[in-house]
Design a protein around this ligand. Structure first.
Ligand code: SF4
Length: 385
């Protein structure tokens, strides 16, 4: 037994009777990883084949050759149920490549990664084709049940998967969940310490690799909608905060206030990829919340210090740099920076050097951001005068 949970071997031995159930979960977990970290549609993932993601050597990222099915038509306009290979492959980050490699060890070469014949280890019914969508959805629920039982058995009840108020976690929901996290939690941690911000960079490989051709369809359209909605929320919050008397500072303060004032024209109109893309293309007038850096980013590409791509419509928030001309802070940001500095000081008191010193230096940096805001901030009416 080499696998560990919370530092301990997760089993002393494997029960022969339990093995088929574990194999079933071992196939379901990669399905979740692939769908959650690529943005693929479930139908596309179910029909991936062994060998779809060859090792690129040192030449670049792993690419997945997949088939897509939506709106595939022949020259007479009839829907082609067999689909067609995507012109532009998906970019696979490391966990996705590992998930594919696990599945490739479970099916013969060239076979469907989710082949019904090879994954029906419990009943062995020899069905043809890929596992059905409903069957995979059911397997996800069974996997969650297994995780929760395992968490209890391992004395880690806090690691249970909580009930979802919106019902079962169908695989079709993962695309939107990924878009939501990339747009709204750019610095947050996703599985295996990959940051959502980095996911945007990987996905924005579309701009260099031809993803742009499909950008307004499929996942990138969904990402644009979620990003535009998050930006609209940020603008509305800034407007409310300054209306409530909060002061504002930063080189882009004037631009941000004007952008927030123009928001009413867009509210409620950002639900289509086309409208969202148009909203995001207004360079310098779209506001991105960046709570990790305690600021709002009034993103203007040419001024950005976080090295965005030449045609990016969103900043690389995870790489936010002090001193950027797009930064804006309100009193709330200054308060949050001070609260966080206090947390860092408390943590530092329990850490040996040099880790403790590093945290104390960070705390000083955050307090200094807040002090600068206090000195330079103005009332909104003074800024737009
Ligand atoms: S470096 Fe500038 S453009 Fe990039 S996220 Fe920070 S404030 Fe925005």
């Amino acid at each position: 037994m080499t696998g560990r949970i919370d530092g301990r071997p997760w089993r002393e031995h494997l029960d022969f009777e339990e093995a088929p159930t574990l194999v079933r979960h071992l196939a379901t977990a990669p399905a979740v990883v692939i769908l959650y970290l690529t943005g693929m549609r479930p139908q596309e993932a179910r029909t991936l084949r062994s060998g779809c993601c060859p090792d690129p050597g040192s030449t670049g990222p792993h690419l997945i050759r997949a088939h897509h099915y939506k709106n595939v038509r022949d020259i007479d306009g009839y829907h082609v149920s067999a689909g067609a290979e995507r012109d532009v492959p998906w970019v696979a980050i490391t966990p996705v490549v590992k998930a594919i490699r696990i599945l490739e060890r479970m099916v013969p070469e060239g076979e469907l990664l989710f082949s019904a014949t090879h994954h029906d280890v419990v009943s062995q019914r020899q069905h043809h084709g890929a596992l059905r969508a409903a069957s995979l959805d059911r397997r996800v629920e069974q996997l969650i049940g297994w995780i929760n039982a395992e968490a209890t058995a391992q004395g880690l009840p806090h690691q249970q998967v909580p009930d979802d108020p919106f019902g079962n976690i169908g695989l079709g929901r993962l695309r939107r969940t990924l878009a939501w996290h990339i747009a709204r939690r750019p610095g947050g941690l996703v599985a295996l310490a990959i940051q959502y911000g980095h996911m945007r960079t990987v996905l924005d490989g579309r701009t260099a690799s031809g993803y742009g051709n499909r950008a307004r369809r499929g996942f990138h359209g969904e990402l644009d909608v979620e990003t535009a909605l998050a930006a609209a929320d940020t603008a509305a919050r800034l407007r409310d905060a300054t209306a409530a008397g909060e002061r504002i500072s930063g080189p882009a303060a004037r631009r941000a206030l004007i952008a927030a004032a123009h928001l009413p024209r867009f509210e409620g109109a950002l639900t289509t990829p086309k409208a969202a893309a148009k909203f995001l293309s207004r360079d310098g007038q779209v506001l991105f919340d960046n709570p990790e850096a305690f600021l709002i980013c009034a993103f203007k590409r040419d001024m950005a210090l976080c090295d965005p791509a030449s045609n990016a419509t969103a900043p690389n928030q995870f790489a936010c740099q002090v001193g950027c001309g797009n930064a804006v802070r309100t009193d709330s940001h200054a308060r949050a920076a001070r609260t966080y500095a206090d947390v860092l000081d408390r943590r530092a008191a329990h850490l040996p050097e040099p880790a403790g010193r590093r945290l104390r230096l960070s705390a000083i940096r955050f307090r200094s951001l807040a002090d600068t805001h206090d000195v330079q901030s103005l009332d909104a009416s003074e800024v737009v005068e």
